[in-house]
Design a protein around this ligand. Structure first.
Ligand code: UFG
Length: 348
């Protein structure tokens, strides 16, 4: 008999920033979503936000992907999972330099466990969260997927390169496995409802959470790391992509994995195709929100890339996906999320 029940998708790290937005997009696309997360850099309350947005709570289990036995039990208990989207990983570039083994364990062991368990449990496909960090400073901009992989500047970046290679080797050796590797540029913003967003966990490493919290008065000023780069205003250039747009790309990728016979992993850049400097981003945020973001120029941050933005045409052609939200709307959503967090804190 024809099985008309929705496809089951496991999202590892589904309580995290990009993970939670992707869970929403998958649920809205009709998938049956299972979340595994060890809550090391996320909060269980995100499930309330997901439920408020979608009207449904995804099944959740507190499991660390590096725990092979626990993951094995999970797949046995929830049989019939079609594909996995693997977000669960550590992501702070600076921390990875200080505690590299945490990064090699979490990022590499977690992936190896999944790749070993998937064929045993007849899971066909894996969507993997990679990063434009694999390109280093590209020689040609915008950068496309054929650009050479440059030597990683941090253990974090190295784990992304290693994981991509592991996926290529494993899919090459196993005809039953399929994979899509997504290289994210700089995801920012929050769901338009402001019910989920990026958790302000400690001092932010990334630009937008810092900008937003400075506007909110949590910090007196933001430090701009260098204005002597070879760019029009001297500050670094990045491709900032709306997190819900990014989430939608995962829905396209999962559908492709389920529908198509992919013999080799496919790799896609997920970006807008436009570069914005640190200074331009701060000025745009101020214009959109009417808030002031005091700043000071300080020295360069070690390991920063001068400029990078995506050529996203392959994703457009193959995944039928395109970033559609303006950076203005995206920054406004980041600000609404900050206000939501402050209101929630005051209510406690
Ligand atoms: N920046 C500042 N001040 C800050 C924070 C950042 O000036 O307080 C600048 C950085 O120097 C950089 C830009 O803002 O020029 C963006 O920095 P982010 O830390 O937000 O993002 P990165 O591009 O450095 O790193 C991000 C992710 C990584 C990923 C990488 C890929 O954090 O996980 O993109 O390039 F690997």
């Amino acid at each position: 008999m024809l099985d008309l029940s929705p496809d089951k998708i496991l999202v590892t790290g589904g309580a995290g920033y990009i993970g939670s937005h992707t869970v929403v997009a998958l649920m809205e696309a009709g998938f049956d979503v299972y979340v595994v997360d060890n809550l090391s850099n996320s909060n269980i309350e995100v499930l309330n936000g997901i439920e408020q947005i979608t009207g449904k709570r995804p099944l959740f289990e507190n499991i660390d992907c590096t725990d092979y036995v626990a993951m094995d039990k999970f797949f046995t208990k929830h049989e019939g999972i079609k594909a996995v989207i693997h977000f669960a990983a550590s992501k702070a570039v600076g921390e990875s330099v200080t505690v590299p083994l945490k990064y090699y364990r979490n990022n590499v062991v977690g992936l190896v466990n999944l790749l070993e368990l998937m064929p045993i449990h007849k899971v066909q496909g894996l969507v993997f969260s990679s990063s434009c960090t694999v390109y280093g400073q590209p020689d040609i901009l915008p950068v496309d997927e054929t650009a050479p992989i440059k030597k990683a500047l941090s253990p974090y970046g190295n784990t992304k390169q290693i994981c991509e290679n592991i996926i290529f080797d494993t899919v090459h050796a196993n005809n039953a496995l399929k994979s899509i590797i997504l290289r994210y540029f700089n995801p920012i913003g929050a769901h338009p409802s402001a019910l989920i967003g990026e958790l302000p966990n400690g001092v932010p490493n990334n630009l937008v959470p810092f900008v937003v919290q400075t506007a909110a008065g949590v910090y007196k000023k933001i430090r701009i790391f260098g204005d002597d780069y070879n760019t029009p205003d001297g500050t670094c250039i990045r491709d900032y992509i709306n997190v819900m747009d990014l989430a939608e790309a995962h829905v396209s990728a999962v559908k492709r994995l389920i529908d198509k016979d992919l013999t080799m992993p496919e790799v896609f850049n997920l970006g807008t195709g436009k570069g914005l400097s640190v200074m331009e981003l701060i000025k745009t945020f101020e214009a959109v929100t009417g808030m002031r973001v005091p700043y000071e120029i300080v020295g360069r941050r070690e390991g920063d890339i001068e400029q990078v933005w995506a050529n996203p045409t392959l994703a457009q052609k193959v995944l039928k996906w395109k970033a559609k939200t303006s950076v203005e709307d995206t920054l406004a959503s980041a600000w609404r999320w900050q206000q939501h967090c402050m209101e929630a804190k005051n209510d406690k």
